[in-house]
Design a protein around this ligand. Structure first.
Ligand code: NAG
Ligand code: NAG
Length: 416
């Protein structure tokens, strides 16, 4: 080797080393350090696909071999044997298609938008690819895909100020005081308007374990509009879990390791289409979450046909046994833009009094009891922080069983 050339290379190497050291020693993360972090995170989240589908809404859906999904990055799941199906379904499973419907109410016709351009094959699962922009919109790489702390609705809170301070507003129905092993509901799907990109509007089921302390366990599923998380205003199917009140554990969808997906057709975080229109066609989705009495894992089913996958019971403390509370309803973030209440809508953006075709609903509300049976709850409690902004009204009839209308426009003359 030419001596001088080697010398030059050595010098170059030292310069590079110096640059690298100064980069990693910088107290504030520099742009390039952040870029490295983002790239590393993207590499962790986005697994090598065997096929890629471009959705009309701009999403990229990767078909990833089932054994290579993010769940298996979890140290506890290294030797986990995938359950391809639950050992048991709850008894008395209610078929929503049997419900007599008004001419304009359609269930389960819903598809995910990306199906227009293809599907994943058996043995692989569709995963919404995380783009660089998605991560950059988060407050930090670490917080990407996570809910903010203290966003849980706690009915009859001892500290009402805390509820209002958190900026999250709810209109929910709930049951408590028993051991629950699952929950089900059929949820009307809308596309509420979001005033600020850092706000969101969602409609979901919460399966909760523990008191509302730092170790609260929660499994959540429903639909949401969240510009920060997804970069648009589309209504999307989502799940969430945490075992420490939204602190270090858990995330939306498959954005961390935990949930094990087995379904090859439905992508979490993908857009739902079509959505309901005011005084026009109504669409709804049904969601069932239940604890498999044999293996103890918490499963999720979407519609009558899609068993999506499961949360292994070891992810949780309280929920490893049972849930102590179930909630159904809406949540929005009120960031008080311009010092006033946000105009971000919940549900359809209409108050419950307006009823079918105008206000959003949850119908056929059930819980799963200790004998693995779907039961109508004895009584539904309701909770809302400011009923002049978002409200909830329960009812009960033969077709819909326990149901409620919920939501509202946010800012209005009575909610300044
Ligand atoms: C989302 O909706 C808001 C208004 O509700 C609008 O200002 C914004 O441009 C929309 N964002 C996208 C990405 O379409
Ligand atoms: C939240 O604040 C509003 C307005 O200050 C108040 O009317 C409402 O009662 C509060 N809610 C709770 C649960 O304290």
């Amino acid at each position: 080797m030419d001596y001088r050339n080697g010398h030059r290379r050595m010098a170059l190497f030292l310069v590079c080393l110096a640059v690298l050291i100064s980069l990693s020693c910088a107290t504030r993360p520099s742009i390039s350090r952040q870029k490295l972090q983002v790239d590393k995170h993207l590499k962790r989240l986005n697994k090598s696909p065997i096929k890629t589908i471009e959705s009309p809404d701009g999403d990229i859906i990767d078909c990833v071999p089932i054994s290579q999904q993010p769940a298996f990055d979890h140290p506890f799941l290294k030797d986990h044997k995938i359950q391809t199906r639950p050992s048991y379904h709850p008894e008395g499973l209610f078929d929503d298609n049997k419900v007599s419907k008004g001419p304009k109410q359609r269930s389960n016709l819903m598809t995910q938008l990306f199906h227009m351009n293809g599907k994943c094959s058996e043995g692989s699962i569709p995963i919404r690819r995380t783009k660089k922009e998605d991560v950059l919109r988060a407050s930090s790489v670490k917080r990407y895909g996570k809910k903010k702390h203290r966003s849980i609705p706690k009915p009859r809170s001892a500290d009402p100020d805390l509820i209002n301070q958190s900026g999250h507003q709810h209109a929910i129905a709930y049951v408590e005081g028993d051991k629950y092993y699952g929950a089900k509901a059929t949820i009307n799907v809308w596309e509420p308007k979001i005033q600020q990109p850092n706000e969101f509007s969602l409609s979901q089921i919460w399966v909760l374990g523990g008191s509302f302390g730092e170790d609260l366990n929660s499994i959540e599923a429903g639909w949401q509009v969240s510009p920060d998380l997804y970069g648009d205003n589309n209504t999307r199917l989502f799940t969430y879990w945490t075992s420490d009140a939204y602190q270090a554990t858990g995330c939306y969808n498959l954005l961390c390791s935990g949930f094990i997906q087995v379904n090859s057709e439905v992508a979490m975080g993908a857009s739902i289409s079509p959505v309901s229109a005011f005084r026009n066609s109504q669409y709804d989705i049904s969601i069932l979450v239940w604890k498999d009495p044999k293996e103890g894992h918490w499963w999720m089913q979407f519609g009558n046909d899609y068993v999506l996958g499961y949360w292994p019971s070891f992810l949780f403390s309280y929920l490893a046994d049972s849930a102590s509370m179930i909630e159904w309803g809406g949540e929005v973030v009120n960031s008080e833009p311009d010092g006033q209440h946000t105009a971000t809508q919940m549900g359809s953006g209409r108050f419950p009094e307006e009823g079918f075709g105008k206000a959003s609903y949850f119908r056929n509300i059930h819980v799963v009891d200790s004998t693995n049976n779907l039961k109508s709850p004895k009584e539904l409690g309701t909770f809302t922080e400011q009923s002049n902004c978002y409200d909830v009204q329960t009812g009960n009839n033969e077709d819909w069983g326990h149901y409620f209308y919920y939501g509202g426009p946010g800012r209005n003359p009575n909610c300044p």
